[in-house]
Design a protein around this ligand. Structure first.
Ligand SMILES: [Zn+2]
Length: 357
């Protein structure tokens, strides 16, 4: 079976040659390497690993007595997040890397004739968490995960790439990492295309459904016995998405994650700002908001910042897990981001009851 080393790399490309060396010792040398990294990592991998003569991979092949053609690694085997990520320093960077891992592992695992060897060594800890999560979702029975251990005194040596003079005595150990295989639990539609983190979290952590009450009199949101009163503009944005649930298909099994009916891109929302203003007027009886940041002048940018403020208030009031589930989420698949509330319509109660939508 064709083995593919799927390796993380931060700023030390040696982690890749160390893994290759150890796999060769175990008689499990791969015929392809896929490297998941950042822009900085890509730069280091191409200068240190790839050169067909002086690159460390070519030298490793020569040193262990393998034909130079037995493993060719090119720029096309180095994967980085679609959005330019130099290093992982923000939440957005980390999220982009999670998406990269989910998409890459999803596609690699589609070929049933391969065995994936996941190396979670290298890179920041968020990167290891991302690759491990992707493997848990998509790994098949033949796939495996490991961490690479090298003696501590060699970890910081920039010229140690694998045991060879002057480090011929060094040992590189691959330690297997056990993990749960969720692939068999995924609904078939989640194996047709790469799923978002939100979709997968529904499957991997089945949780008690949330019942939400949206109160137009008190401008509040109540869930799990706790209430949060919202500023009028944020309440209007939230109510807009809650009322959108009316268009969800009746048997909306998918509504908590994949439903398209209640998800909208900014281009669909902008022409409907009048509806949001209408909701605003129902809860703000004083003068209309003045200034350019008011609900009357919502732009794509301050719409996104409203969603961020909402999420912050929800997390403060309900905790990270429930707060995030109650938030208006943005999902990006290919084109523009679309926004939706992922609570099915049967679990949302609007008070006082409304006869129109
Ligand atoms: Zn829906």
């Amino acid at each position: 079976m064709k083995k593919i080393l799927t390796a993380l790399c931060g700023k030390t490309p040696q982690i890749v040659t160390e893994a290759l060396y150890a796999l060769h010792e175990q008689g499990r040398f791969p015929s392809r390497v896929v490297i998941l990294t950042t822009e900085e990592g890509r730069e280091l991998c191409s200068t240190q690993l790839l050169h067909p003569e002086h690159g460390r991979i070519a030298r490793l092949l020569a040193d262990i007595g393998l034909n130079p053609d037995s493993l060719s690694v090119t720029e096309a085997d180095i994967f980085t997040p679609r959005r330019r990520v130099a290093d992982i320093v923000t939440e957005e960077d980390s999220r982009a890397f999670f998406e990269l891992c989910l998409e890459t592992v999803f596609s690699l695992a589609r070929d049933h004739g391969t065995e994936l060897l996941f190396s979670i060594a290298g890179g920041r800890k968020t990167m290891s968490a991302a690759l491990a999560l992707a493997a848990q979702c998509y790994a098949r029975p033949q796939d495996s995960m490991f961490h690479v251990l090298v003696p501590p005194e060699l970890e910081s040596k920039p010229d140690f790439f694998y045991p060879a003079p002057p480090f011929a005595e060094a040992r590189v150990t691959l330690t297997p990492i056990p993990f749960f295989r969720m692939r068999g639990q995924l609904q078939p539609q989640l194996l047709h295309s790469p799923a978002s983190l939100e979709e997968l979290s529904q499957v991997c952590m089945p949780q008690k459904p949330l019942e939400v009450e949206l109160d137009f009199v008190h401008r509040s949101l109540t869930c799990e016995g706790r209430s949060l009163a919202l500023p009028p503009a944020l309440f209007a944005v939230y109510a807009f998405f809650a009322l959108e649930k009316a268009v969800c298909p009746d048997a909306a099994e998918l509504c908590p994650h994949g439903c398209r009916a209640c998800a909208h891109a900014w281009a669909d929302i902008e022409p409907r700002l009048g509806e949001m203003l209408n909701l605003y007027q129902q809860v703000e009886t004083k003068a209309l908001a003045r200034g350019t940041s008011g609900i009357l002048n919502l732009s794509a940018e301050n719409f996104r910042s409203s969603l961020a403020k909402l999420r912050k208030l929800l997390v403060q009031a309900f905790g990270e897990n429930i707060g995030m589930r109650l938030s208006i989420v943005s999902e990006r698949r290919g084109g523009a981001a679309s926004y939706a509330l992922r609570i099915p319509r049967g679990q949302i109660r609007i008070v006082p009851q409304r006869c129109e939508r």
